[in-house]
Design a protein around this ligand. Structure first.
Ligand SMILES: C[S@@+](CC[C@H](N)C(=O)[O-])C[C@H]1O[C@@H](n2cnc3c(N)ncnc32)[C@H](O)[C@@H]1O
Length: 253
């Protein structure tokens, strides 16, 4: 199977991922751990209980394990990738791998100190047409997921989101008083930048971000001419050239 889907919305289909993972052993979205490990080390303690959302066949969890973070639970809704990953390495065998839909997290409240997603929410937003204004379906979907992320976090826990999505688009999604967290943004990568968002539970949104929450969902930003040009992302990562560039061109969130 080609890694490229017939249409962009296939990135939000479990059938697409199951078929893809039937033949693909490893693929790293955004960047690999070595590029942003300093940011992770700043936010995560070795003893933290970590949940990886939409782990795919990325080596992020194994790389973190080798770097001293041993309490990692990985979830993905693809049965194929979870089965493949369970025995992929000695590190993988020491972690938990669960088939689970991130829209329906089956964990007790406060089960994790850290929740990480890398390019997983991007895959769910790939069908969006206007980056300034989420469709109501996507808004509901993001609320469903992010409310649960907040619930499974411990009282001062952190949600880390690693993504191509620039702050003027992505902060509108994460800045919700409802989630009970603050937002910080870090940038990494040479030339082309990737984004590392840290949401800390139990802290308030800044005034600016709280304003985003108030305005983002009441304004309809339909005047496309007034928008800055959306970056057409052309960054290519390692050996994953064709898939990455196509995907990057298709998401503008
Ligand atoms: C773009 S890939 C990112 C994979 C990995 N996080 C990485 O950085 O390379 C998106 C992953 O999210 C998974 N996924 C998408 N929607 C999901 C959902 N609702 N529940 C669980 N996993 C999901 C897909 O199966 C796929 O493995």
């Amino acid at each position: 199977m080609s890694c490229l889907p017939d249409k962009n919305t296939d990135y939000s289909s479990v059938d697409y991922w199951n078929e893809r993972y039937g033949s693909e052993e490893s693929f790293e979205w955004c960047k690999s751990y070595s590029v942003f490990k300093d940011l992770i080390r700043k936010e995560v303690q070795p003893s933290d209980r970590i949940l990886m959302l939409g782990c795919g066949n990325s080596s992020l969890s194994e790389d973190m394990y080798r770097d001293g973070f041993h309490n990692i639970t990985n979830v993905d809704y693809s049965t194929v990738v979870v089965e493949n990953m369970k025995n992929r390495s000695e590190e993988a065998r020491s972690m938990q791998w669960l088939v689970m839909d991130i829209k329906d997290l089956k964990f007790e409240s406060g089960s994790f100190d850290i929740v990480i997603e890398k390019a997983t929410l991007d895959a769910l937003l790939v069908g969006e047409r206007d980056p300034w204004s989420l469709s109501s379906d996507s808004r509901t979907l993001m609320d469903d997921i992010l409310i649960q992320v907040s619930q499974v976090l411990s009282s001062r826990g952190r949600f880390i989101s690693i993504t191509f999505a620039q702050p003027h688009f992505r902060k509108r999604i994460y800045a919700r008083e409802l989630y009970g967290w603050s937002i910080r943004t870090e940038t990494f990568g040479d030339g082309f930048h990737f984004f590392f968002y840290v949401m800390t539970k139990g802290e308030r949104l800044s005034d600016h971000d709280a304003q985003l929450d108030k305005s983002a969902w009441t304004n309809n930003h339909n005047n496309l001419e007034s928008q800055p040009a959306v970056t057409r992302l052309q960054q290519r990562e390692d050996n994953n050239d064709d898939c990455s560039s196509s995907y990057l061109n298709s998401i503008e969130m």
